[in-house]
Ligand binder design. Structure first.
Ligand SMILES: Cc1cc2nc3c(=O)[nH]c(=O)nc-3n(C[C@H](O)[C@H](O)[C@H](O)COP(=O)(O)OP(=O)(O)OC[C@H]3O[C@@H](n4cnc5c(N)ncnc54)[C@H](O)[C@@H]3O)c2cc1C
Length: 443
């Protein structure tokens, strides 16, 4: 396979024998060690069109890669064609208009750094090496979401390469139904080559408050934490984790740290923790502080739920996790719930908390044991669940997609899929199958 990066008209295409092939096919979750036949390192819209054309002509399975953080390894195909958007990682900011134009392969860190240079930001997730692409198309939860909505709520337009190689724009007044579906419907409808985001004057400071309680003493503290979480100001996003026999309860405040410290006074109601950490930090440090603990190259298994409320019984289930897994809760509400549920494909906006249960390891021999631990904890909490965030689905299959979208939304998404991708070219995702795919499977 020739590498032709020097010729402007031909994108670099990597095959198994080429230098850089193994680096390019590696994704965040080491469980997915797949070998694409071709990796198209796309630099612009025309490269993406050429890659789609090539895949269709050769009948190669297509995967689209941005940050490569899909829990299910969806961005790398076995023996197919990977549309690698990582060379398209640029972010352009207009501080006067408070807008950011973000290429389809950009990472969250690039968006945050470019925006913060002007004291601006938009909602992005909590680990800077995650891709803007997959995160935003599924919804996009982050420390600013209670103030400004999910990442997808902040996209004013998308530039999309469709399955038939057409470049279209989607916004409230152009291809409005596609605009609806791209805000939460994942990578089902085409390759997004550019996102246009609204930015907000957020300043550059943040505060993190964390209190550690031994698990056996944590239930009363966690009930009080829950009561504070649901009435907290929007600048505060309450978060909790349980791992290694310790429950950590607290919140993240984005904005004036002094106001955050005032709010922290309320948290003394939780009782006396074993240890506490109150940390003032920059917004950029906040956005990358989990980069190492949630870094690449580990085998990982994840399960998630949405919880409409957090009863005392659900708290007991949360605290009962095996000490080898890490389970977390992050509060929703605020601006997330201001958007009417029918306004976007993203669903379950009135959820109170998002729950994620995960573990990571390196030895393939431990795969089944580790997955079983995660499943066990998630099943216990699942008794209280009201749905799931599509971006935390892993091997949940069709049932997972049905939990992510209520039936009326799923029907609307399928109609959109019929229009934009009737042959299901883009199926390596949490797939919304077009009707044609289902009837073919039934034959
Ligand atoms: C360490 C870590 C931290 C996370 N933190 C958060 C968080 O704080 N908040 C949150 O909401 N989620 C979070 N997630 C979940 C995350 O949103 C999903 O894993 C998401 O799919 C990652 O997107 P990606 O671009 O990195 O992944 P990829 O694997 O590259 O892509 C994921 C899916 O999106 C599709 N896709 C990606 N880019 C495009 C594009 N430009 N056009 C069309 N389709 C595209 C892919 O085809 C694939 O199906 C986290 C995940 C990890 C692993």
């Amino acid at each position: 396979m020739g590498t032709a990066a020097t010729q402007r008209d031909v994108p670099q295409v990597l095959g198994p024998a080429d230098a850089g092939y193994d680096e390019a096919r590696a994704v965040w979750n080491a469980m997915f060690d797949r070998r694409p036949r071709e990796i198209w390192r796309c630099r612009d819209v025309s490269d993406v069109a050429a890659a789609i054309h090539r895949a269709r002509a050769q009948e190669l399975e297509v995967a689209v890669r941005c940050g490569g953080h899909s829990m299910a390894g969806h961005s790398v195909p076995a023996d197919g064609l990977m549309i690698d958007l990582t060379p398209m990682g640029d972010v352009r900011v207009d501080p006067q208009r408070r807008r950011a134009w973000v290429q389809g392969g950009a990472l969250l860190g690039a968006l945050d750094v470019a925006s913060q240079a002007h004291g601006l930001a938009t909602t992005a997730g909590n680990v800077s090496h995650t891709g803007v692409g997959g995160l935003t198309l599924g919804g996009g939860m982050g420390w600013l979401a209670r103030q400004h909505g999910l990442s997808c709520d902040n996209v004013v337009s998308f530039e999309v390469m469709t399955a038939d190689g057409e470049c279209v724009r989607a916004s409230s007044d152009e291809n409005a139904e596609l605009y609806w579906g791209l805000r939460g419907g994942g990578g089902n409808f085409g390759v997004v080559t550019e996102f246009e985001f609204v930015l907000h004057p957020t300043g550059t400071r943040a505060l993190s408050v964390e209190l550690d309680f031994p698990v056996p003493d944590a239930a009363p503290a966690m009930s009080a934490w829950r009561d504070l979480a649901v009435t907290a100001p929007r600048a505060a996003t309450y978060a909790a984790t349980v791992t290694g026999g310790v429950a950590t309860l607290g919140f993240v405040w984005v904005g004036d740290p002094a106001a955050g410290r005032e709010h922290a006074v309320a948290i003394s109601a939780l009782g006396r923790p074993a240890t506490e950490r109150i940390l003032e930090l920059s917004y950029l440090d906040l956005q990358s502080r989990e980069d190492t603990t949630r870094g690449h190259s580990f085998r990982t298994y994840v399960k998630g739920h949405y919880l409409g409320q957090l009863s005392d019984a659900a708290i007991e289930a949360f605290l009962a996790h095996d000490s080898r897994v890490s389970a977390s809760l992050q509060a929703y509400g605020g601006a997330i719930a201001d958007v009417p549920d029918e306004a976007t494909a993203f669903s379950h906006r009135t959820t109170a908390f998002e729950y994620v249960d995960a573990t990571r390891w390196t030895d393939p021999a431990e795969d089944e044991e580790c997955k079983a631990l995660v499943r066990e904890g998630a099943a216990r909490v699942g008794a209280f669940a009201s749905g799931v965030y599509v971006n935390t689905l892993s091997d949940d299959g069709v049932n997972g997609v049905h939990r992510a979208y209520p039936p009326a939304k799923l029907a609307r998404l399928r109609a959109l899929k019929d229009q934009y991708d009737p042959d299901n070219i883009f199926h390596l995702n949490q797939n919304v199958p077009p009707h044609r795919a289902t009837s073919a499977a039934a034959r």
